[in-house]
Unconditional design. Structure first.
Length: 390
């Protein structure tokens, strides 16, 4: 009896349709989630990467170097290191734009732009010019080009996410954060020690004096005063999870800053009317879903630790396309198991573009790696036969 059948025979498990697309990849490789329609394939034996689309076409062969300090995944563009050591920018169509030789570092792209560090030496000091580029490698937002001089300047900061026509940016001379709009115009002047993306008209900002987190609106007005020591969540469906001063209790606040519930150990943002929370019971913690009245809906059976999203931190939004991955199972936002594995050690990664999720499983005793749809059917399967484009 398979693990899936033993758990719940009615739930879908990964299956292999006859018309599934087959894609050749290196024998020892890593497959990344889909971004802008492209999948990064990393050859772990050579630490090089390339990009393939869902048709099985290599838009970029596996030849670019992997760097520890960049993810090299598409977000309106992609940054890679070429074989000659130069940094380059890729678009989704197969065009490579090599950056200047004095370019010492480039951040990952975030919603269409990346930050470039050009460095020259003058009188034993580094003169660093920092500017934005698009997916053609062209300079954009000229008003935000900055020059910093120092003995050995290193302060790498990624662009903020572009949400609701607002993007956080860092002033490297003032060492403060502000916000620009999608056209590269200042809309909120730098005055924060840190600044997060907007969601539902609100953004969490770190006060430069008190070093406490509060929230501003799109006009930059302080709506919720600096209150919280810990990194907050973001507003979703009218509520935001925050950690209280005891560093043990997660509360939910509304858009006025009023605490509407403080009965949980930790909690996620809301998605389709539900959030995942941890509830202390005796010496342990039980993980459940709650609705917007904070009434308990379902217990996440077998879940022993709060699922975290490394990019959004503990109180982040854990759901992607209404689904989240917890300990080898795919859950809907209500807390119901939507897809279960064929084996105990099946691996899933979050649903992303086109409603697809990475899946590693065994079917008929053979390992299958690829992307499944919401019905658990493989859409593409990767064959580790080494017959990929190099």
């Amino acid at each position: 009896m398979t693990f899936g059948a033993a758990l719940n025979a009615q739930l879908p498990t990964p299956s292999l349709p006859g018309d599934v697309k087959q894609i050749s990849v290196p024998e020892d490789c890593d497959i990344s989630p889909i971004h802008n329609g492209l999948i990064k394939v990393t050859d772990l034996s050579t630490l090089s990467c390339g990009f393939v689309n869902l048709k099985g076409e290599y838009v970029y062969p596996v030849k670019f170097y992997c760097e520890n300090n960049v993810e090299s995944e598409f977000s309106g563009g992609c940054v890679v290191r070429e074989q000659n050591g130069r940094w380059a920018v890729l678009d989704t169509l197969g065009h490579v734009a090599e950056l200047p030789a004095e370019c010492k570092y480039v951040t990952d792209f975030v919603d269409g732009v990346a930050l470039v560090w050009n460095e020259v030496r003058e009188h034993n000091k580094a003169k660093v010019t920092i500017y934005f580029v698009n997916d053609k490698g062209e300079k954009v937002f000229p008003n935000f080009e900055q020059t910093v001089v120092g003995p050995s300047y290193r302060e790498f900061v990624k662009p903020g996410k572009l949400n609701e026509q607002r993007r956080a940016y860092y002033d490297f001379n003032a060492k403060l954060w502000g916000y620009m709009n999608d056209k590269g115009e200042v809309v909120i002047k730098p005055r924060f020690a840190n600044a997060l993306a907007f969601n539902e008209g609100m953004a969490a900002v770190l006060d430069a004096n008190s070093k406490l987190w509060g929230f501003i609106n799109r006009q930059g007005e302080q709506v919720i005063p600096p209150t919280y020591k810990a990194f907050p969540g973001q507003f979703s469906e009218g509520f935001c999870p925050v950690l209280l001063e005891d560093n043990r209790t997660t509360a939910y606040i509304d858009k006025t800053g009023k605490i509407v519930n403080q009965n949980f150990v930790n909690g996620s943002g809301f998605c389709y009317g539900y959030a995942i929370v941890g509830k202390r019971e005796g010496l342990g913690i039980r993980y459940i879903t709650v609705d917007k009245d904070f009434s308990e809906r379902l217990t996440l059976d077998g879940v022993m630790a709060f699922p975290t999203d490394s990019k959004n931190l503990t109180r982040g939004h854990l759901f992607s396309d209404g689904m989240t991955i917890i300990q080898g199972k795919v859950y809907s936002s209500s807390g119901a198991v939507a897809i279960q594995g064929n084996e105990m050690d099946d691996e899933f990664k979050p649903f992303s573009e086109q409603g697809l999720a990475f899946c590693k499983t065994k079917i008929g005793g053979a390992e299958k790696i690829g992307f499944i749809d919401r019905e658990a059917k493989f859409v593409v399967v990767f064959n580790k036969d080494g017959k990929h484009s190099k």
